[in-house]
Design a protein around this ligand. Structure first.
Ligand code: G3H
Ligand code: 13P
Ligand code: ZN
Length: 342
């Protein structure tokens, strides 16, 4: 099965009422861990790569690893998505490489840190939609800004998404999926305490979904940061401060209100770090790196499989026949000029 349109994955998820995890990758073990989890749980899945991942692994390596993944796992529908594209040029280069979905994050300027104005966001996002949809490629936009700058993506200031502006943004850009800012941030240190309505604005998801019932909503910064992983890292020589992520039941609430794509990177990183530290500590005389990398792959598999079950995508891999990007292109052609998710 070739790489699939993310739009189709999200439309199917909306029709059946589940969410789809979008898991970040940088290397072969992470990709294999995700594919093993998808096979074990019979899940469709979104694999996403940031600009940092593209420069770490190299575009050709990353893309060919993904081709190997779809060859090896033909029963798993997989979309390959660019996470936080910082400019139309970055999005276009991903589409030329073969990504089936891109995020144009016009909430920030090209430096990925300075907050952009609304007109800039509309203009760059619309530009990417025009380039992508005629190729059958999906586009995610973002309105509002996440907090945190831990991984170098973000302004450090939270600006929650305005529901009125969200309606206008979707109409003017024609995006397939909207990333909303509800108080989450990237990385392990999202909240000073278990989040409540004061610091995690789930009510905004309900409001935006009510106003835009046909737009797929995306939650960024959705790692749950399990205390057990922090404890394991510290017990094996790490030094992480206590951290609070997004509780899974809040994500499930979001899924009941239109969240279809759930971005998870940090939980995979934590699971891998715990496994690597434990593997090294358990056999200090071992120098075959496969001892460590195998443990990392299994850790990625386990945390991703758990999230797939929690988000509800488990069991849905065989529900539908993937459509070609040409078929999806024709769907957009029939919908333009509004182009909004239907
Ligand atoms: O955008 C956030 C993701 O966690 C990717 O992080 O830019 O360090 O690869 P990264
Ligand atoms: P986490 O850091 O919570 O995993 O968020 C990842 C993300 O939003 C990637 O775009
Ligand atoms: Zn993000």
């Amino acid at each position: 099965m070739p790489l699939v349109s993310m739009r189709q994955l999200l439309d199917e998820a909306a029709a059946s009422g589940y969410g789809v995890g979008a898991f970040n990758v940088n290397n072969m073990e992470q990709i294999q861990g995700i594919m093993l989890a998808a096979r074990d749980t019979a899940s469709p899945v979104i694999v996403q790569a940031s600009r940092g991942a593209r420069s770490y692994a190299g575009d050709r390596f990353l893309y060919h690893l993904m081709l190997a993944a779809v060859e090896e796992y033909p029963e798993v529908p997989v979309a390959l998505h660019l996470d936080h594209g910082n400019s139309p040029a970055t999005c276009i280069s991903a589409i030329e490489l073969g990504f089936t979905s891109v995020m144009m994050d016009g909430s920030l300027l090209e430096d990925g840190a300075t907050i952009a104005d609304y007109d800039y966001n509309v203009a760059v996002t619309r530009e990417v939609v025009e380039y992508a949809h005629v190729r059958g490629v999906t586009v995610e936009g973002e309105l509002g800004t996440l907090g945190g700058i831990e991984d170098g993506v973000g302004s450090g200031q939270v600006h929650l998404t305005d529901p009125d502006q969200a309606v206008d943004f979707v109409e003017r850009t024609g995006i397939d999926a909207l990333a909303v800012a509800i108080g989450t941030s990237h990385g392990a240190y999202k909240f000073p305490r278990r989040p409540d309505g004061q610091i995690l604005a789930m009510r905004l998801i309900e409001e935006i979904h009510r106003r835009l019932p046909h737009t797929h909503l995306v939650m960024h910064g959705s790692s749950s940061v399990p205390a057990s992983l922090i404890e394991r890292i510290n017990a094996a020589g790490g030094r992480m401060a206590p951290a609070f992520g997004v509780p899974v039941d809040e994500i499930q609430l979001g899924i009941r209100h239109g969240v279809r794509k759930v971005n998870v990177d940090t939980d995979g990183r934590l699971a891998i770090t715990a496994a690597a530290r434990e593997a090294l500590a358990a056999k200090p005389d071992e120098f075959d790196p496969r001892h460590v990398t195998r443990a990392c792959r299994e850790a990625m598999r386990d945390v991703v499989a758990e999230r797939m079950r929690q988000f509800g995508q488990a069991g849905h891999a065989g529900d539908y026949e993937p459509r070609s990007l040409e078929d999806i292109r024709r769907m957009y052609e029939a919908q333009e000029p509004t182009g909004a998710a239907a």
